[in-house]
Design a protein around this ligand. Structure first.
Ligand code: 26Q
Length: 749
């Protein structure tokens, strides 16, 4: 049956006569039929990518694309006066992640399926996901974020297991989401509790955190929270790990394996330490099957691999042994046994799983009892080896390896920026879709003015689209002829949104003094702050207050504007990234493990304004110094400065006029008219007296580099040439490449 007829049948009437909702359901059905027509080859070994987060974004358009019918469906719809993007907007975005780590897991699942590998994700089905961010009084407020609906993409299964805690036994229910790739369909396995009760959550933050039987799967925990929340997080982690372990064992046996041969049938990638309890849980299950302790440990060691995503020591997960023992006593016994074995071998206390304060270090357990440890960008892995995990590296040099992150080119180019993709195809054909390194062929057009002009035109069209969307969503009128300067990522002091804000204050004050930029600037932010992370919320408050002041300043707003996207998520990113000119990647060197937004923005022709951190370093090597704007202290210098403990922000505040002026402005009368004194004062104090992430030492260089960038923007052809070089070199960051490396060196499927 041809596609048009099939869609019509699935809608139950003529496409022309359908509402967008009816078309949405019809397309879902069509996707589901097409998917079952794929052949899914079985391999002996299967990958389980276990993660507390999968920030998958809307699926409809990507699924159509991966099934190879996107263009055709789009045409059928438009021939009938329908618009595919409007229809796609009807899908609620699953809110199953905080940021980079969750989005990476989603890109990986796409690539695993695309490459025809047998690999499923395992995680939790959070009903309200991460909170929804709402702005009022120039502040962030948090609301529930329901996303599961009637005609949702999730499928209920017959699979259910028991998870035992000291105070209750929970029954799980497995739901799945299809991960449709070009070459096969895999599954995202999301476990829920049977007894979940949405009504116990009146609010996004206020609810009975002790009623585990009802609330376990209601919320995804933000990366920072209170004590009661932390206990709930441990329940979540064990529930996830235990269900994953049961699933792996059951599937292995169905595939013809045995408990003794588990590691030949399954490999587990542990996405940061949140799923680490899978190690003792698998050992427990194997022992239950009659495999002895020594053998069980060896089997598990041969099947688990750990990815580290952070070097911030405060973010490395530790649980008090008493808490673990109180909730999951049998697991604590196993962890003690694992620790006992470590202690007989190693005297060095920094290697022990349970430290002298009775804290259980999850990452240490993963490193001792897994066969692979990887960082997510080359600088990050180097810092892990040489500094943070150096003691481990010395005893297990072979376990350590780097896997530089990647992104789904299908979502971040084909779906998000069809104009650019079509133009690329017109220049070099579509062979690059099988090997994105071939984007490099674009370099031969580096001096072709017609091609460069077309890149500028595409960027402008994308900016106009974004302006229309912003107008619809938030009622702001943005000048599409301005420079779009974009910083979109979780709000964290180390990412230094505050540095960008201080720059904007200086610029605004310059404009008031009559020093005008050559072209208007629009600073675009998107960022959620963890509800309990006070300073992060103060920084959002600062930015929203500035947005308020400037947008009401009739004269200045002709030259500078701030726009903050409310409830920044994957769908926002898909609109903002294709329209970006400047990609702000300004973390304190050594603190951003990799970043992946930097890759998405580069691919879409934004130029990076960045520190020598994370994957920025690799972007720099790929495009060369002429096509990136780097600034700031090196990671070596930063690490040394921390060691010395000699940094005094007040010295910069007193000596540097620009810093002084910007920091003073935070609590000026105009700010206090629109802002909250306590919050602004607290932030100002923090900067002057602590500035833990060293904003001030990099500030002068940041300002000079950004100004140089704005100046360079005016030579439109030279700028477009840099855009082209960036796009041409983004192929290395395809998640297909990353996944191929994981498979070759770790999973061996
Ligand atoms: C920990 C304990 C309790 C509750 C929450 C957490 C928690 C949750 C999420 C800790 C960390 C995270 C998320 C970390 C994260 O997103 N890291 C990012 O990973 C990306 C993919 O590798 C990198 O590109 C980013 O550099 C890194 O910051």
């Amino acid at each position: 049956m041809n596609l048009s007829k099939r869609l019509e049948k699935n809608c139950g009437k003529l496409i022309f006569d359908c509402t967008d909702e009816e078309l949405f359901c019809g397309i879902l059905k069509t996707v589901s039929e097409l998917k079952t027509e794929q052949k899914n080859e079985k391999s002996k070994k299967k990958l389980y990518y276990i993660s507390a987060e999968f920030l998958i974004g809307r699926l409809l358009e990507c699924n159509l694309l991966n099934l190879g019918v996107y263009d055709e469906i789009k045409k059928i719809l438009s021939d009938n006066g329908k618009d595919i993007s409007r229809i796609a907007e009807l899908e609620a975005e699953p809110s199953l992640g905080n940021g980079g780590l969750g989005r990476l897991a989603a890109c990986f699942m796409d690539s695993v399926a695309h490459m025809g590998l047998e690999g499923d994700g395992v995680g939790l089905l959070y009903h309200y996901g991460l909170f929804k961010q709402v702005f009022a009084d120039n502040k962030q407020h948090e609301e529930k974020n329901p996303w599961i609906s009637e005609n949702s993409i999730i499928n209920k299964t017959e699979i259910s297991y028991k998870t035992e805690f000291s105070d209750c036994t929970l029954t799980s229910r497995l739901y799945t989401i299809d991960i449709i790739g070009k070459n096969r369909t895999n599954k995202l396995n999301l476990f829920d509790i049977e007894t979940v009760d949405e009504s116990v959550a009146k609010d996004a933050t206020e609810f009975d955190k002790t009623d585990i039987k009802k609330n376990l799967t209601l919320f995804l925990y933000p990366d920072d929270s209170d004590e009661a929340g932390k206990r709930l997080r441990l329940y979540q982690e064990y529930f996830m790990a235990s269900n994953a372990a049961h699933l792996i064992l059951e599937e292995t046996i169905r595939r013809g394996g045995t408990p003794e041969t588990l590691n030949e049938y399954a490999v587990v990638q542990i996405n940061d330490t949140h799923p680490s309890l899978i190690i003792p849980e698998l050992i427990r299950l194997l022992c239950e099957c009659g495999v002895g302790m020594d053998k069980s440990i060896e089997i598990v060691r041969n099947m688990c691999a750990y990815t580290n995503h952070t070097i911030l020591s405060e973010a490395l997960e530790k649980w008090h042994a008493d808490t673990v023992a109180a909730l999951i006593p049998r697991i604590m016994e196993i962890i003690k046994e694992l620790d006992r074995r470590v202690k007989t071998e190693c005297q060095d206390k920094s290697l022990h799983i349970i430290d002298e304060n009775s804290l259980v270090h999850m990452a240490r357990m993963d490193i001792h009892y897994g066969f692979s440890v990887n960082g997510v960008a080359s600088l990050h892995t180097k810092i892990l080896k040489e500094t943070e995990l150096n003691n481990f590296y010395r005893i297990y040099p072979k376990k350590f390896n780097n896997k530089t992150n990647g992104i789904s080119m299908r979502r971040w180019l084909s779906v998000a920026n069809p104009r650019l993709e079509q133009f690329i195809v017109s220049l070099i054909g579509d062979g690059f879709k099988d090997d994105y390194l071939k984007l490099k062929e674009l370099e031969k057009f580096a001096d072709d003015d017609e091609v460069l002009q077309k890149l500028i035109d595409i960027k402008l069209e994308n900016k106009i689209d974004l302006c229309t969307y912003i107008e619809e969503k938030q009622g702001r009128n943005i000048n599409s002829n301005s420079v779009f300067d974009v910083q979109i990522k979780r709000l964290h002091e180390y990412k230094r949104q505050q540095m960008n804000a201080l720059y904007l204050i200086n610029k605004y004050l310059d404009i008031k003094r009559g020093i005008l930029p050559k072209r208007p600037i629009t600073a675009i932010f998107g960022a959620k702050a963890a509800p309990a992370y006070t300073i992060a919320k103060d920084i959002i408050h600062l930015i929203l207050c500035l947005e308020d002041i400037i947008s009401h300043d009739e004269h200045a707003s002709l030259y500078i504007n701030i726009f903050v996207a409310e409830n920044y998520n994957v769908s926002w990113a898909e609109r903002i990234i294709p329209a970006a000119d400047i990609s702000e990647q300004i973390s304190l060197a050594s603190k951003e493990a990799s970043g992946t937004g930097n890759m998405k923005l580069m691919l879409n022709g934004a130029l990076t304004l960045g520190t020598h951190d994370g994957a920025n370093v690799e972007i720099n090597s790929l495009v060369g110094d002429d096509n990136i704007y780097t600034f700031g202290d090196s990671s070596d210098l930063v690490i040394a400065r921390y060691k010395k403990g000699s940094y005094k922000p007040s010295e910069y505040y007193e000596k540097d006029k620009r810093i002084n002026e910007a920091v003073e402005y935070i609590t000026c009368n105009k700010m206090l008219e629109v802002g909250d004194k306590t919050s602004l004062k607290r932030l100002q104090n923090e900067l002057i007296n602590k500035d833990y992430f060293m904003t001030f030492p990099d500030f002068a260089d940041y300002t000079a580099t950004k100004d140089r960038m704005l100046c360079d923007y005016e030579d439109r052809m030279a700028w477009a040439r840099k855009m082209l070089i960036n796009i041409a070199n983004a192929g290395y960051f395809s998640a297909d490449r990353t996944v191929a490396e994981y498979n070759k060196e770790i999973w061996k499927l």
